[in-house]
Design a protein around this ligand. Structure first.
Ligand code: NDP
Length: 316
């Protein structure tokens, strides 16, 4: 029985290489992407065997599209062994917020709301698997326990008292904390949201369903297209800086291999963990459970964030 994974945002970077690494482990992968022609070209660029993957359309920024993707999958009636919540946009140069079809700020809508809805819809399909996992890409910049999470450019992740969500998160509101729009912070906030989501999924559903819910930071994959909307100079200097100064740099293929380990390997069967290989890369270093900041672990705040988000994505 070939295990089946869905990887969101598999048309480039970490998601593409995760797909390749899972195929290498004998998995079949549904590449859930917004641009199917691009995804097909990307799959071919890595010589992925046709038949080892398939393409399915999803625009995570659109709640209707997430529901349509889900309906298509559900109609097949097959168990799902792993869902990898990977897709993201990072738009640090935006001066004014871009909006999703529902009117939400685009990075929170794509990176967080879309995955929140998808994860909730797919719980029943995951439960049909003998060893299901729901893995979410986290990041160091959303974890103020670590140095990378303290960097004040433009500000650390901070969801405040969720004032923006409470106000409905539509124009003129653009930030979860209801404060003025800061594009780079919106990305960090969205990633903090997905990391809280994973912990809360664990709290609510792990015992009942057996699904393993974890997040990971695969390292700084400084040369993926994630940074295509950053200033050109940054795009040149950042990979060099991460390779030579911080030593945090990880290649796209190693990042994919790490995500695939967390998805598939027996050593990663613990639920409720944030996996990391540290911020300075060292040959042969093993993954460890990285502590998260109180912003990601406070139980009462997590519950409140869950309820507000469920309301906004139409799950209540
Ligand atoms: P990429 O930009 O290479 O990949 C992002 C993927 O998400 C692409 O396939 C993109 O599709 C897809 N995507 C974007 N918007 C949507 C949407 N609305 N609907 C569906 N798919 C969408 O970035 P990375 O590979 O670097 O990032 C992948 C994940 O890894 C992210 O969650 C990121 O936060 C995380 N991460 C990355 C790190 C890094 O250093 N790069 C470090 C830590 C975490 P398209 O090709 O059409 O644009």
């Amino acid at each position: 029985n070939q295990p089946l994974a869905i990887v969101t945002g598999a048309s480039s970077g970490v998601g593409l290489h995760t797909t390749n690494a899972l195929i290498g482990r004998g998995w079949h992968v549904i590449m859930a992407c917004r641009d199917l022609a691009k995804a097909e070209t990307a799959a071919r660029s890595l010589d992925m065997a046709s038949g080892s993957y398939e393409l399915a359309h999803i625009d995570l920024a659109s709640l209707d599209s997430v529901r349509a993707f889900y309906a298509g999958f559900r109609a097949r009636g097959v168990p799902l062994d792993a869902l990898v919540c990977n897709a993201a946009v990072y738009l640090p140069l935006l001066k004014t917020p871009a909006r999703s079809p529902e009117g939400f700020e685009i990075s929170v809508a794509t990176n967080y709301f879309g995955h929140f809805l998808l994860a909730n819809l797919m719980l029943a399909d995951l439960q049909k698997s003998a060893a299901p996992r729901l893995i979410t890409l986290g990041t160091v910049t959303a974890n103020s326990e670590e140095f990378g999470g303290k960097v004040p450019i433009p500000a650390p992740a901070d969801l405040g008292e969720f004032q923006g969500l409470k106000a409905g998160f539509k124009a003129p509101v653009a930030m979860i904390d209801g404060k003025p729009f800061k594009a780079g912070k919106a990305y960090k906030d969205s990633k903090l949201g997905t990391m809280v989501m994973s912990r809360e999924l664990h709290t609510r559903f792990h015992d009942e369903t057996g699904i393993v819910f974890s997040t990971l930071y695969p390292g700084c994959v400084a040369d993926t297209p994630l940074f295509r909307n950053a200033p050109p100079l940054f795009q040149k200097v950042f990979p060099w800086f991460q390779k030579n100064i911080t030593k945090g740099y990880v290649s796209q293929s190693l990042s994919g291999e790490r995500v695939a380990q967390v998805v598939a390997d027996p050593g990663f069967s613990q639920s409720g963990v944030h996996w990391s290989w540290g911020n300075r890369q060292r040959e042969g270093r093993k993954a460890f459970s990285q502590g998260l900041s109180i912003k990601a672990t406070d139980a009462e705040r997590s519950r409140e964030l869950w309820d507000l988000t469920a309301g906004l994505v139409g799950l209540n």
